[in-house]
Design a protein. Structure first.
Length: 238
């Protein structure tokens, strides 16, 4: 058993943070002595390591708590996914470093901003609970996608949203807009998971309620594209 101070020295997590994790029921001490001292066993240390990996991937504490407490949570599968996500993050950082060096050494183009895009990690986070569950959608996703394919999918989704942008001055019920919704639904079903009307409707709401997705879609198709896509999906699902 380790005291909270020993836990802090071992992991680099402050005592105050460990107390806060206890307070929000994210990481409880294994034992609280009569004098109020907190003690942590090896299992608690493993749980803290899991939390720190999720935090390295910028997961909110609330989401981490939900994931860890989900009965379908698979520690081994989560670790595999975390490794894959960290590799994606590493590749992204290496791209940014190369871009920065090109600016410094070769006078590279200052208007190239794709190196800073982290929407693939944001999208992963939004779907973490479903993907780590033992659902048919999760299993289908795992069977279909490889690391290289996933890295390329962001630009393909951007192309789909750019096509929506070309239609955004039309009515959301316009046949061309409705056909483009079908393109989006088929793409998600083919590359991620079965995109049922219920899932599609939820995505349409998320495109305007989550600023990360709104920003990505509007960057691809122009200002107002996310709202147009959301309306087009709502019409399609009615």
């Amino acid at each position: 058993m380790r005291t909270v101070k020993e836990m802090s020295r071992l992991t680099g997590v402050s005592v105050r943070t460990l107390h806060y994790y206890d307070q929000i029921d994210l990481l409880k001490p294994s034992l609280v002595a009569e004098n109020g001292y907190r003690y942590y066993d090896d299992e608690a240390l493993v749980s803290l390591q899991e939390i720190l990996l999720f935090r390295e991937l910028d997961f909110p504490l609330k989401t981490i708590k939900e994931i860890l407490k989900d009965q379908s949570y698979d520690r081994d599968q989560a670790l595999s996914d975390q490794i894959r996500w960290l590799e994606i993050k590493k590749d992204r950082l290496e791209t940014i470093i190369r871009h920065a060096k090109s600016l410094q050494e070769k006078g590279g183009p200052f208007m190239t901003f794709t190196a800073y895009d982290k929407s693939e990690l944001d999208a992963f986070q939004a779907e973490a609970k479903e993907r780590w569950g033992k659902t048919a959608a999760y299993q289908t996703f795992e069977e279909k996608i490889s690391d290289d394919q996933f890295v390329n999918m962001q630009s393909q989704m951007g192309d789909i949203m750019a096509d929506f942008g070309k239609l955004r001055n039309k009515s959301a019920s316009d046949p061309a807009a409705q056909a483009q919704v079908k393109v989006l639904q088929d793409y998600i079903s083919d590359h991620f998971y079965p995109c049922t009307p219920e899932i599609l409707a939820g995505l349409g709401q998320m495109y305007v309620s989550d600023t990360r997705f709104t920003r990505f879609i509007d960057q691809a198709g122009g200002e107002g594209t996310a709202a147009f896509v959301s309306c087009a999906i709502e019409t399609y699902c009615q």
